[in-house]
Ligand binder design. Structure first.
Ligand code: NAP
Ligand code: GLV
Length: 310
């Protein structure tokens, strides 16, 4: 069986391809290369796929995505109509997402950024004690990432709610489901964490009219995709004092362009799309398990719904 390995991340390419080939000695893994003849593969292993992947390799039937989010695959021209997309499920990412959220939540709620500023000026001054009830957290998305994030935050005794399409029961967490309940969910949330997939339905969900419904002095943590956020709306809401800060890992354009206002904004923390890394050994082990299951004709988990796009 032939597999084409396609990723725009040149730096990581060699190690990942080597690991994939070592894990699948019975298969032939080809490096996707622009301008060379098609290898005729039916299977692809992709991350941040090159734009002309499907133009170059029109015979691909199944794409195994080395990350959780599959939005990039849906944007590619020439995507075969019956393409099956299979995504990585967790593989060590959910705990990283939880760490990211806990880090920025605790920094804000415990005034750690202000203490850092005070240290620089030699100020020994006690800020007000935490009132945990004033830091209600709302998590958009209750899937693999959202459930882990919400549980980690709940374990620290912050009030937590999740919002998703269908509603998922999670111990100790308030549950909201569907568009109709979004206003109620936003109105009880001060810290809004986004872990939704980027789809036509969720594009631009973090915009003026939704973010304005949060509790006063709200804080935004976006660790899903840049396309969820209307960046100018956030800048305006920060300027108006409607939001007190934001931690952003993902952006409309990545890398975040030089001179973008987020780089130097005193109320914005920027990280370069690292909230959760796909870890090599966990990811390759999971992907090879899925490829072997496919080769045996077994049902796969992590299959993306082509209509819902996640
Ligand atoms: P998942 O398991 O598929 O969960 C998606 C969740 O979003 C589900 O709870 C789903 O609701 C909900 N949802 C989807 N569309 C919705 C809509 N229109 N309205 C309400 N809820 C909706 O995905 P995941 O593994 O948790 O990953 C989520 C996203 O995190 C990925 O797509 C990716 O963009 C992002 N991510 C980012 C990083 C990073 O480093 N920054 C790393 C990993 C993942 P139902 O459960 O009701 O279907
Ligand atoms: C990373 O952003 C992922 O979707 O896995």
């Amino acid at each position: 069986m032939d597999i084409v390995f396609a990723s725009k991340h040149e730096a990581r390419h060699v190690d990942w391809m080597r690991a994939l080939q070592q894990a699948l000695p019975e298969m032939r893994v080809h490096n996707w290369q622009q301008g060379t003849a098609s290898c005729g593969a039916k299977l692809a292993v992709v991350w941040n796929p090159p734009e002309d992947l499907f133009i170059h390799e029109p015979g691909i039937e199944v794409a195994f995505n080395m990350g959780a989010g599959v939005d990039a695959l849906f944007k590619l021209p020439g995507r075969p109509a019956n393409l099956q997309i299979v995504r990585v499920e967790d593989a060590g990412m959910a705990v990283q997402m939880a760490e990211y959220v806990v880090h920025y939540l605790v920094r804000a709620a415990r005034s750690f950024d202000q203490y850092a500023v005070q240290q620089h000026v030699g100020s020994w001054a006690r800020l007000p004690d935490i009132d945990r009830s004033a830091w209600s957290v709302g998590v958009l998305g209750a899937g693999i990432m959202g459930a882990r994030v919400a549980s980690a935050v709940a374990a620290l005794d912050y009030p937590v709610a999740v919002w998703s399409r269908r509603g998922h029961e999670l111990p100790g967490i308030e549950v909201y489901a569907g568009r109709d309940r979004l206003p109620e969910f936003l109105a009880r949330s001060r810290v809004l964490v986004n872990v939704l997939p980027l789809t036509p339905e969720t594009q631009g969900i973090l915009r003026r009219d939704t973010l304005s419904q949060l509790l006063p002095d709200a804080y935004l943590i976006n660790i899903a995709r840049g396309g969820h956020l209307v960046e100018d709306d956030l800048l305006q809401l920060l300027a108006d004092g409607r939001l007190c800060g934001a931690a952003l890992d993902v952006f409309a354009e990545e890398p975040l362009p030089e001179g973008h206002p987020f780089w130097s904004h005193p109320k914005v923390s920027v990280t370069p799309h690292i909230a959760a890394a796909s870890l090599l050994s966990e990811t390759i082990a999971q992907i090879t398990g899925k490829i072997r299951a496919y080769a045996r004709g077994e049902a796969l988990s992590g299959v993306v719904d082509p209509v819902l796009r996640y």
